[in-house]
Design a protein around this ligand. Sequence first.
Ligand code: FES
Length: 144
Amino acid sequence: MNQLDQFLDNLQEQIFDEAREAMGEKGFDRWRNPRFAGKMENPDAHGRVVGTCGDTMEIFFKFENDQVKQGSYTTDGCGSSSVSGSFAVELSLGKSPDELADITGADVLSLIGRLPEADQHCASLAALTIQDAVTDYMNKSKTK
Ligand code: FES
C-alpha cells in the first residue's frame, strides 16, 4: 500500500469512528446501509418537507387495508437525516394513518438510539415528513 492509500484508509477509519461515536452502533450501521432509500413510483402518499436547515426530505408510502405496506425516503440532507428518514420509514410500516399521525421526532430518535445534539432536528424533519404524507393520503382518500 502506498502512502496516499494509507493516508486515505486512515482518514476513512477516522470518519467512521467519529460517525459511530456520534450516532451509536445502530445509527452507524444504518448510515452505511440505508434501508428504504429511494423514490417510489406511484405511491399512495407522498410527503415532502424542507427543514429549517434548508434540507429536503421526502417520504413515500403504499397502503394496503389502510396500513403502510411499503415505504421509502429520499433526502439531500446530512448523514443524520438519511438515518432519520430510514428509521422513520421503518417505524411507519404496518401503521394506520391515525397511528402515523402520532409519530414524533422523539419516537424516531429513540428508535435510532442517539444523534448528535446539533442533528436532533433531523429526526423531527423525518416525523414532519411522515405527517405531510398522512395529509396527502387523507386528501387523496377524500377525492376517491
Ligand atoms: Fe438538515 Fe440534518 S436534516 S442538517
